[in-house]
Design a protein around this ligand. Structure first.
Ligand SMILES: [Zn+2]
Ligand SMILES: [Zn+2]
Length: 159
């Protein structure tokens, strides 16, 4: 017999879950709340931490794309194309103001993303990213191949 570290109940040596308090006696530790959860769990049952997402982030391949210059000039009336960079931690969208005098870098951590819209145009694609607590971010005038890649990465990271 061993003692449950959570409720001090006596439990069988072979048990992996305490029958009295139903908490795990062995397993992996959640990095967010430090509780023990089943080794195969994809989500922490206590705080909702996603191990599946953690695994996806670990094998994430960075990707960067620059919007096309032509539609940037024609449609957006800007001289410098927008850029998007996707890393394991966040998405950064770099936008330039009129005539390139000002630059805005929007950092969007993956956990803040609430959803996204992918707009497939005739020649160029656009992606709008909705966030919790921040305004939506938008990048347009992207080449088809880049737009599709951004969409794929967003889909993969979705829970
Ligand atoms: Zn217990
Ligand atoms: Zn947890």
């Amino acid at each position: 017999m061993k003692k449950c570290p959570h409720c001090a109940n006596d439990v069988n040596d072979a048990a992996s879950v305490c029958p009295a308090c139903t908490r795990e006696l062995a397993g992996k530790r959640c990095p967010d709340c430090a509780e023990l959860v089943r080794p195969a769990a994809s989500k922490c049952r206590y705080c909702g931490h996603s191990f599946a997402r953690e695994a996806r982030i670990a094998d994430f391949e960075q990707f960067s794309a620059r919007a096309d210059l032509l539609p940037t000039l024609l449609i957006r009336g800007r001289l410098i194309p927008q850029q998007i960079h996707l890393s394991p931690e966040k998405i950064t969208i770099q936008s330039w103001g009129l005539f390139g005098f000002s630059r805005t870098d929007e950092d969007i951590p993956w956990e803040k993303i609430a959803g996204f819209h992918y707009h497939a145009g005739w020649f160029w694609d656009a992606v709008e990213i909705q966030t919790r607590g921040q305004r939506a971010n938008w990048i347009g005038c992207m080449r088809k191949a880049d737009g599709v890649r951004v969409k794929e990465l967003l889909e993969r990271m979705k829970e």
